[in-house]
Design a protein around this ligand. Structure first.
Ligand code: SF4
Ligand code: SF4
Length: 416
């Protein structure tokens, strides 16, 4: 037996022992459904990991490649009759692979240099965006080199939003006071995608919360929540990020931590406790805090587009908030809210999974867009900037407008 297997994060014996080999997870796992490869299914990967744990398989590059294949969509966890927590097991397995030196130079540089400290990330993404714009102009449309870059190249080209010239934190860090008497103060955790790309989400949160009487505190030092590092198995970086944030939160004098990214919210609620990090404030999704905890109502606006909701996996299965956002949208939009599109299904992003394995999940984003069109929807709203990043590509390719965050839909027309 390889002792390394138990060295890092969670003791997984219970997960291994529980698996009945029944195969129910095969019918729900989107990666198995697309590949029909047992080795990509939860059951297949459990069998592989058991062998690795017993020393019959090395923690090598082949095993590392197998363990890349999971969207962390949590479908298998919900549907497993034996209660196997495969999403937890895959993170544990990746942690073991990292301990065995399988992180890779590029990931190591990105996670341990850029993401760990945080300050270098905005200039890096801004410079990369500028560079891509220049390459887009100078590399001919027909060149095969285009396929190596995130710029249009043939049928399989990718569309990524360009990072903003100025990050959200550079512009909005500080205390944003509500007019009149304050109902309380929240610590807003921004997250990387909002900080660098979808800065309008943060602007909407400040506007909405201030209009409802809450002061919003935004720490300029907050950085990343650590979930990308955890997803790659880099537990040390994830724990470092979590510990830094815990300090920021403790010193902030706020009533609650609110977050407008489903994956960051899942990280705080489920993964921080496993990492042994306790936040001193209660954590809420930004809509959950207003609507459920404080019973705030959202004013009706009937002049907004016919809207559908994409339910992020890390909001529904990851935080148990399956209906709340739809309720808020129905309150706000009335009959112009058409419901959730394929609410059980993942959009196919899987964090950064789509960057390397686009062909595997491309149709998942497209299916969401088709479902929206079938309902007569004009706009897709969601609550995870990571999903927006992926869905915007499918929406753009289908000639539809890009998605919006639910906070934007709720804040539209609100008096500043
Ligand atoms: S559904 Fe659960 S018990 Fe059945 S094979 Fe999959 S992981 Fe094992
Ligand atoms: S979390 Fe999702 S993608 Fe990963 S194994 Fe389970 S069902 Fe498949």
């Amino acid at each position: 037996m390889d002792d390394n297997f138990y060295r890092h994060l969670w003791v997984e014996e219970d997960n291994f022992l529980r698996c009945l080999r029944c195969g129910k997870c095969l019918s729900v796992c989107p990666l198995y459904q697309r590949s029909k490869r047992e080795s990509l299914s939860p059951r297949g990967k459990i069998a592989i990991l058991e062998k690795a744990r017993d020393g019959a398989l090395p923690l090598d590059a082949v095993l590392a490649e197998r363990m890349e294949h999971c969207l962390h969509c949590m479908r298998c966890r919900v549907d497993c009759p034996a209660g196997v927590d495969f999403p937890r097991l895959i993170l544990s397995a990746r942690a073991e692979l990292v301990a065995a030196g399988r992180l890779g130079t590029m990931k190591s540089l990105i996670l341990r240099l850029l993401l760990k400290r945080g300050r270098l990330l905005p200039p890096f993404t801004e410079t990369t965006a500028r560079l891509v714009s220049i390459l887009d102009i100078i590399i001919p449309r027909t060149s095969r080199w285009r396929s190596l870059l995130p710029i249009p190249a043939g049928n399989n080209y990718r569309i990524f939003p360009r990072p903003k010239a100025k990050s959200f934190l550079a512009e909005y860090a500080g205390l944003h006071r509500a007019p009149g008497k304050s109902r309380g103060k929240v610590f807003y955790f921004v997250g990387c995608a909002t900080n660098l790309v979808y800065t309008q989400i943060g602007v909407a949160l400040i506007k909405l919360y201030n209009s409802m009487g809450y002061d919003v505190f935004i720490s300029g030092e907050q950085g990343c929540c650590g979930f990308p590092a955890l997803g790659y198995g880099d537990i040390a970086t994830a724990r470092y990020r979590a510990g830094s944030l815990a300090k920021e939160v403790a010193d902030s004098g706020s009533d609650a931590l609110v977050v407008a990214c489903a994956s960051c919210g899942h990280m705080f609620k489920e993964e921080y406790p496993r990492l042994g990090i306790k936040l001193s404030l209660p954590v809420y999704d930004s809509v959950e805090y207003l609507n459920t905890i404080d019973g705030r109502e959202f004013n009706r606006r009937t002049d907004l587009p016919r809207t559908v909701f994409h339910l992020p996996c890390h909001l529904g299965r990851g935080q148990g908030l399956t209906h709340l956002h739809q309720k808020a949208l129905a309150q706000r939009l009335g009959k112009n809210f058409l419901g959730a599109v394929l609410p059980e299904e993942c959009c196919g992003a899987g964090g950064t999974y789509h960057l390397k394995h686009y062909q595997m999940t491309r149709d998942m984003g497209e299916a969401k867009v088709r479902a929206m069109q079938d309902l007569g929807g004009e706009l897709m709203v969601t609550s995870c900037p990571g999903c927006m990043l992926y869905l915007d590509e499918a929406l753009t390719k289908a000639g539809m407008p890009t998605s919006r965050h639910i906070l934007e839909a709720l804040a539209e027309g609100v008096e500043e």
